[in-house]
Design a protein around this ligand. Structure first.
Ligand code: ADP
Ligand code: MG
Ligand code: MG
Length: 200
């Protein structure tokens, strides 16, 4: 494993780059079943985190993750801000509480549950949870990084068949069916970027 400052800066850049490359795509997905801003929301959040990457890299890993979550809450705007923010803040807090003895899949599971609680959403509601839970499952099964990324991409594509039960897309009812959920797609892109970076 790399030294923490390199790891944090590398992960931030990997995430920023994939969102920058897919901003239009994510906005197009959100145009179909929402208000068309998911790509620009995520880009704003990632750029804000990236601007703080030097300071973030000097923090202990759990503190850096928690702080990234706070920056996302303040900058993403829209539904995705508090949800991605909660995910990272909870991961950071749990890692710190377990003080180096953390089992990452367990930490991730409790952070995803916090996101679900925050959004009053469940698996199958056509949200980013429909990527997060399968990724957590793959991680808990010690799947190779490539397989985790593939599972994330497949899970995002499967949201097309779901009816949205939460967020703006839920206003469309059955008309949300047939479209990939933008939050699930950003989550798969970020998972793939993180897996690729960690595999390098
Ligand atoms: P907004 O809908 O406010 O414009 P975004 O477009 O940035 O926010 O984010 C939309 C995404 O947020 C959706 O595609 C979905 O994945 C996720 N989302 C929205 N509401 C919820 C919720 N209550 N619980 C979980 N995820 C949600
Ligand atoms: Mg939107
Ligand atoms: Mg919006």
């Amino acid at each position: 494993m790399q030294a923490e400052p390199v790891l944090v800066a590398g992960l931030i850049e990997a995430c920023r780059a994939t969102i920058a490359a897919n901003t239009d795509h994510l906005c197009a997905l959100d145009c179909a079943i929402g208000d068309g801003d998911h790509g620009t929301n995520m880009q704003r959040g990632c750029e804000a985190v990236s601007a703080e990457r030097v300071a973030l890299s000097s923090l202990p890993f759990p503190d850096a993750v928690e702080k990234i979550g706070m920056t996302l809450v303040m900058n993403i705007g829209g539904a995705a801000g508090p949800l991605y923010g909660t995910l990272l803040m909870e991961i950071g807090r749990e890692l710190r509480a377990r003080d180096g003895a953390a089992d990452f899949p367990v930490v991730l599971k409790s952070a995803i549950d916090a996101v679900a609680k925050r959004g009053r959403a469940h698996a199958g509601d056509k949200t980013l949870l429909d990527v997060l839970y399968p990724v957590q499952d793959a991680l808990a099964q010690h799947s190779p990084l490539n397989d985790i990324a593939r599972r994330a991409e497949l899970s995002a594509s499967l949201t097309a068949a779901m009816k949205a039960m939460r967020g703006r897309a839920s206003y469309l009812g059955d008309r949300s069916i047939g479209h990939v959920d933008p939050g699930a797609s950003s989550c798969a892109l970020l998972t793939t970027a993180i897996c690729r970076y960690l595999g390098e």
